[in-house]
Write a protein that binds this ligand. Sequence first.
Ligand SMILES: Cc1cc2nc3c(=O)[nH]c(=O)nc-3n(C[C@H](O)[C@H](O)[C@H](O)COP(=O)(O)OP(=O)(O)OC[C@H]3O[C@@H](n4cnc5c(N)ncnc54)[C@H](O)[C@@H]3O)c2cc1C
Length: 459
Amino acid sequence: MNNNIEQLDVAIIGAGLTGLAAAHYVRKSDKKIAIFEKQDRCGGVINTATQNGFTFEEGPNTGIVGTPEVADLFEELKDLCELEIANDEVDKRYILKDSKWEALPSGLIAGIKTPLFSLKDKFRLLGEPFRPKGKNPHESLAELVKRRLGQSLLDYAIDPFILGVYSGDPSILVPKYALPKLYNLEQNYGSFIGGAIKKKFEKKDKEAKKATRKVFSTKGGLSSLTNALYKSVGENNFYFNSNQLVVKPENGKYHISVSIDGETKEFIANDVITTTGAFALPEILPFIDGNEIKKLTSLYYARVIEVILGFENWKGFPLDGFGGLIPHKEKRDVLGVLFLSTLLKNRAPKNGALLTLFIGGVRRDELVDLSDEEIIRLVEREVKELMQLDEFSPELFKIIRHNKAIPQYGVDSGERFETIYHLESKYPGLILGGNMRNGIGMADRITQGKQMANRVLNK
Ligand SMILES: Cc1cc2nc3c(=O)[nH]c(=O)nc-3n(C[C@H](O)[C@H](O)[C@H](O)COP(=O)(O)OP(=O)(O)OC[C@H]3O[C@@H](n4cnc5c(N)ncnc54)[C@H](O)[C@@H]3O)c2cc1C
């Protein structure tokens, strides 16, 4: 045996939220692990920065405490970081219609009064519980919503919601994979409205009660969460600047070769967990058959530009909510804007404002190719009008480009998941995680990380 080859129980590839959560739970055992990360820091797309009195995110901004695993993780890390639940104003969400912000209705009276939806669709809603269940598991989200709720609810509720979460297109996303909770409401209860009401009255055990709709961040920004995980895992277990990482099966285990700071290192691991995007896998797992790897890499990732704006003295539209989303029908160049200094503490100086805008996505992909100068002009034009500013002179202006941002779970997802199951059974000890399966949100990533760790620990 080559003595320079280090023996590992578990190798984790990628130190984003998924890899960190998996490592945190594997480390509850005495297993020897290593986390290989291409960048020189952990966190992946999560990256908090501070400048001129503003604390802002360069990736995800807030998550939902939508699974018990999120609540548990923050509880376990409470000595290392502090969960921050967003301000109550989070419930007020604006949607742009005819160039005017309208609050998304949250109750019956507001729902009747709102100009967002047509009178016909408001009446149609009364019949929603009696409409038959869909039979096509590959029906698009747009088709499902038109069938059950009507065109105006698709255009002014679901479409902007999908822009906010997926930067996506409801006619491409398939609810069975992209929004399984919504899909299951129809499949299990026969109706969205009836299902939501019944679910509200269902008895929940202590564990299920931990999952809420609360919006979270971490005090000081989301990097405080990933840095806390880094510490809990143990700094010595990380290999940053890991390049040209290649995994190969060898005698029932996995051989890993990787170039770290220009030096090639070799490892043998019993288990390998990948958490990178699907696009990175051909290089990492060259032994996988070309047709099979194509079924993973065919997953399309939307490109998005995130623009962060900080104003020391805000004089525009009152920022009394979560933010505003802009339906595709409105034909604007911005997908939406988040009012982060309203939602979270200490993000901007007193009387100031921190806003984050999104540009691009599946249906406006061409905008991502604009130069920085063109983006600056676009943002000035759009923000002045949308946020009712006489003068546009932000103290902070940052453009962050995400070229592989959000995976779009479309009609090919079923085949992708089948391929993943097949590969994991063909290569025992290989676990293919990350956002190509099990959901895209931060809560999904934490949950998947824990599940993958359990698979390794319970072997
Ligand atoms: C712009 C943007 C906004 C978002 N907003 C939200 C939001 O508001 N709320 C929410 O819940 N979710 C949001 N998300 C989703 C978010 O991406 C996930 O919740 C989560 O942070 C992804 O974590 P991950 O570990 O799966 O992937 P990543 O963070 O992408 O981590 C993967 C890691 O693998 C590393 N890597 C890649 N290739 C290799 C290789 N060959 N060798 C070694 N390492 C490698 C990468 O460098 C990276 O660090 C957003 C995503 C983006 C891009």
